[in-house]
Ligand binder design. Structure first.
Ligand code: HEC
Ligand code: HEC
Length: 267
């Protein structure tokens, strides 16, 4: 009996000494972590919010809330993503130094634990509209189904956030690069008048110094010799995608957006 009490006492004493200092260290570390996350949040607003949204709920880039990252198993992988960007996607490197990137990563890492709200709308009726009466499948492929005049949608939900998806339907063209056009800008709409008076309009598929290939609205390809052209106009900020503001109800738009957000496929 006494022996037990004695042991308990010794443990309590050991506990006192052991807990005191480590707790202090832990507190110190916590404030340090918080400070780093705060600075990370500010840097996020400056460098990332443009595409991921101020609340990180998505835009031109995907929502970063409550998800597991494809390319980042650990916080340190996020540092690399910030410093290098994601090759082959719209996300280029951020112009920050390693310590700033570390703070951004610390902040973004905490977002993975913030639950993303439920996605409004009914994805299943969205799918029926997409493949049916809204005619989206006439220009967009999902998992191999449809026609590919516009971008493939199989993983659109992992690439884009809700606000961007909405805007793409209501204000087509908002996603097209508005900046300087190069030979490689995708989905560029071009109008051509030939020397014999023929007019062609469509999406440029390839272009070099001598020839231009375009695909018209019906999906037909035209290979045009530049020496036969009277004029060539590159229409920036113009989309071949129809404007759906008048054609779809608010609910229908919400359902189609819900369907697109659910497409995380292929990866
Ligand atoms: C120009 C737009 C743009 C900017 C600016 C941008 N991103 Fe992205 N980001 C994207 C796009 C688009 C994707 C989706 C890439 C894909 O998977 O196709 C993405 C994906 C991501 C992912 C997901 C990676 C994964 O493996 O799942 C993370 C994390 C991320 N961005 C963090 C950031 C951070 C942090 C910043 C700021 C330093 C930033 N992004 C700035 C466009 C952007
Ligand atoms: C006549 C062809 C056509 C039809 C029909 C069409 N689109 Fe598009 N869509 C495009 C093209 C081309 C683009 C490429 C960028 C641009 O021109 O806006 C695009 C871009 C998009 C984007 C942006 C993709 C990205 O990653 O940037 C979304 C989202 C989209 N379309 C959704 C839809 C939905 C939903 C429907 C049906 C309601 C639809 N589209 C019908 C041709 C079409």
């Amino acid at each position: 009996m006494y022996l037990y009490r004695g042991i308990a006492c010794v443990w309590a004493l050991v506990g006192l000494f052991a807990v005191g200092p480590t707790e202090l260290v832990a507190q110190d570390r916590d404030t340090q972590v918080e400070r780093s996350q705060d600075r990370g949040q500010q840097l996020f607003a400056a460098h990332c919010a443009r595409c991921h949204g101020l609340a990180a709920n998505g835009g031109e880039g995907p929502s970063l809330l409550g998800r597991r990252f494809e390319r980042a198993a650990e916080q340190s992988d996020l540092v690399r993503i910030v410093l290098d960007g994601i090759p082959g996607t719209a996300m280029s490197r951020a112009w920050v130094d390693e310590s700033e990137a570390t703070d951004i990563a610390a902040y973004v890492w905490t977002l993975a634990r913030v639950a993303e709200g439920p996605i409004p709308g009914d994805a299943e009726s969205g799918r029926r509209l997409f493949e049916g009466s809204a005619g989206c499948s006439e220009c967009h492929i999902v998992n191999g189904k449809g026609v590919g005049l516009g971008p493939d949608m199989s993983d659109i939900g992992a690439r884009r956030g809700l606000p961007f998806l909405r805007e793409s339907i209501l204000l087509p063209g908002s996603s097209i690069p508005q900046g300087p056009i190069s030979l490689h800008s995708s989905f560029l709409v071009v109008s051509v008048v030939m020397k014999d008076g023929t007019e062609l309009r469509g999406m440029r598929v390839t272009e070099d110094a001598f020839a231009l290939n375009l695909r018209d609205r019906r999906g037909r390809y035209h290979s045009i010799n530049k020496s036969q052209m009277a004029s060539l106009e590159r229409e920036t900020g113009v989309s071949l995608m129809p404007d759906y503001r008048e054609r779809l109800t608010e609910d229908q738009v919400t359902n189609i957006v819900a369907y697109m957000a659910s497409l995380r496929g292929r990866r």
